[in-house]
Design a protein around this ligand. Structure first.
Ligand code: AHR
Length: 633
């Protein structure tokens, strides 16, 4: 027998203990299904929107013609090159002295010196990085024109750039010497799907034609004339959004006061809208005007969260509280009347004249945007002036401040968070201990900014972790919206990286972060219930809600680690559970995995049935995954 010294024995035994296989304890997730801790805000998930990244023009707004008006700031004719077939001769210029309306005072002058039936001449437009053509589709077009040769016909052609194939064409007969609007329809036949087409306007004899407001719309969502792109609206509809915060963001404020979203110049016939420069470095057509925003809400059954211009623009210009601010306050009151007023009110009647007699339901009005950046520190006074005037006339409206103020108490404060993934993970408990006695919170802009142009899986995991905290605290956080919502993925289309939904002329896709939102918003629930996660490693997050009407329990688990994560789930107070649940999982091989226009479905959620043996069971969640376990009784 080998004898050991006591000290050697201790070392030996310690080594033996360390060598024993470790029996790791499965982390526990205890859920008290009958212990609600908060009411879930029914309007929790919605959309934030503004003209950025070609969100409307070149985005959701269906218009296919780029720079359709020869607007005041468009000096170059980049998007209106001349067309001269055969030996035709043409000169294209901007005419500063002739336009179709008081709002559109310039036009495209197309002077054809030589042309014939086989050698037509004119101009063309390539749309927003191409005009799409689909088989057996009806495109609705119009333009304003006048000519020095009354009776002149114009041919409109949609032609494929590569093949030269004419997808559709139409003739507009008999132009007049005075400005008039002409309409045309392009009906495609059995053409292949393509995105690289031009719209071409030509004449076949020498003459001069002035064009403005040249328009072409594909079929739109629910067939709305001048409406929205179907594919993008379908992506939004799948998010079940409850509200639309409009019209910004910086876009509301403009770089200068003159460049703000001046809503009165965005309503009525398009020819009466002067268009305006946006802070995101391109001019807005204002086709997406106030009424179009509201109809977008109507189509997706969302409530508008109306942001009114509050006297501060991004370049630093501001309007001091007091008499100077009064016209802006009045503008906001008029705007609210346009949205909500009966047809017996001045602005309600205007809305009816614009084609929508029925008023819209409005609960929230936001005064300004990110006014903490106003270095004049005038927001307190400006907000109070708007607040008092709006409350006086519309006592039921909830008024949102963009930063804390002292002179009055806002109903809601809008807080914005643009975060790295690390920050989003660490902020998952941001609101857990927040004060419940003050205003409610609207997280009007938030995003995990990882991935370009659209977020990758890492961002989607961090978003999900952050949303567990938003959801858990949705007694306080009444609404939340990701920003920015859209990006046109073509070169030059993006001004701000990490955007929820990407598209080009032909198709669109949801990023992994988009799918996180879909998973959370379609499993909202009506109450948060108490739950405790114990022993789980860092980067595992969870929250639980139940829907008292549908009698469902939604268990959301985020496993942002690289290993599968088992949880010992113990439910109390859930009653008798159905023997099967639905587990919806979105996961990927690496955190950098992502979706793109070429691979739109690389990372998407998939649902499967899992057995539920009783109130205590183990469930394993995939590496890098967002999960919703939907239990029924
Ligand atoms: O979402 C992009 C911009 O970020 C918004 O326009 C602005 O409100 C914020 O600073």
């Amino acid at each position: 027998m080998v004898m050991m010294k006591p000290s050697t024995l201790v070392v030996y035994l310690a080594a033996l203990v360390l060598a024993l296989p470790l029996v790791a304890q499965t982390p526990s997730f205890t859920i008290q299904a009958d212990h609600p801790t908060a009411r879930v805000s029914p309007a929790l998930y919605g959309l934030m929107t503004e003209e950025i990244n070609y969100s409307y023009d070149g985005g959701i707004y269906g218009e296919l013609i780029r720079d359709r008006t020869i607007g005041r700031a468009w000096d170059a004719l980049d998007h209106w090159p001349m067309v001269a077939r055969g030996n035709a001769q043409v000169n294209v210029s901007i005419d500063e002295s002739s336009g179709p309306s008081a709002a559109l005072t310039r036009s495209l002058r197309v002077a054809v010196a030589s042309a014939g039936p086989n050698s037509p001449a004119g101009v063309e437009n390539g749309g927003y990085w191409g005009i799409p053509a689909r088989p057996h589709a009806i495109y609705t077009g119009s333009f304003y024109a006048r000519t020095d040769t009354p009776g002149l016909p114009v041919t409109v052609t949609l032609q494929n750039d590569q093949t030269g194939m004419v997808a559709a064409s139409a003739t507009v007969a008999g132009l007049s010497g005075d400005w008039k609007q002409y309409t045309y329809t392009l009906t495609t036949g059995d053409v292949p799907v393509s995105s690289n087409n031009h719209l071409i306007l030509t004449i076949a004899r020498p003459a001069t034609v002035w064009f403005d407001l040249v328009s072409l719309f594909p079929p739109t969502y629910q067939g709305r004339p001048g409406g929205n792109r179907i594919d993008i609206m379908n992506l939004l509809a799948a998010m079940h959004p409850q509200f639309l915060r409009l019209p910004g963001g910086n876009y509301l404020e403009g770089d200068r006061i003159a460049d703000r979203f001046n809503w009165k110049q965005t309503i009525g016939p398009l020819v009466d809208r002067p268009t305006h420069p946006s802070p995101w470095h391109y001019r807005s057509s204002d086709g997406m005007g106030l009424l179009e925003f509201l109809e977008w809400c109507e189509d997706l059954k969302m409530q508008p969260v109306l942001a009114v211009y509050a006297g501060y623009s991004l370049g630093g210009e501001h309007v001091a509280p007091g008499p100077a601010l009064e016209p802006y306050v009045q503008d906001a009151l008029d705007e609210i009347e346009y949205v909500t007023g009966g047809t017996d009110t001045q602005w309600g009647a205007e809305r009816a004249k614009n084609g929508h007699p029925a008023p819209f339901l409005l609960r929230y009005v936001e005064v300004g945007n990110e006014d903490q950046f106003d270095r004049s520190h005038s927001y307190d006074g400006r907000f109070a002036q708007f607040y008092r005037a709006i409350k006086h006339r519309y006592p039921n409206l909830q008024i949102i401040a963009t930063t804390p103020v002292k002179s009055v108490t806002p109903d809601v404060i809008d807080e914005h968070f643009y975060m790295s993934a690390e920050k989003s993970f660490s902020e998952a408990r941001h609101y857990d201990n927040a004060d419940r006695k003050g205003p409610k919170i609207f997280v009007g802009e938030w995003a995990t900014r990882e991935g370009d142009p659209t977020p990758n899986l890492e961002a989607a995991l961090a978003d999900a972790a952050w949303l567990t905290g938003i959801e858990r605290n949705s007694d306080l956080v009444v609404m939340a919206s990701y920003a920015p919502l859209f990006v046109n993925v073509n070169p030059g289309g993006m001004q701000w990286s990490t955007d929820l939904i990407g598209y080009n002329a032909l198709s669109s896709y949801g990023s992994p972060s988009y799918w996180t939102q879909v998973m959370f918003s379609t499993h909202l629930g009506t109450e948060v219930v108490a739950s405790t996660l114990a022993g789980a490693p860092a980067r595992v997050y969870a929250s639980v809600t139940r829907d008292t009407v549908k009698r469902k329990l939604f268990v959301k688990v985020v496993n942002a680690t690289s290993s599968p994560q088992s949880l010992a789930i113990a439910l109390t107070g859930a009653g008798k559970l159905a023997p099967q649940a639905t587990l919806t999982t979105m996961s990927g091989k690496t955190p950098n995995a992502t979706n793109s226009i070429a691979h739109p479905d690389a990372i998407v959620p998939a649902a499967r049935k899992v057995p539920i043996p009783g109130p205590k069971f183990n469930e394993t969640f995939a590496p890098y995954s967002v999960n919703v376990l939907e239990l029924s009784d």
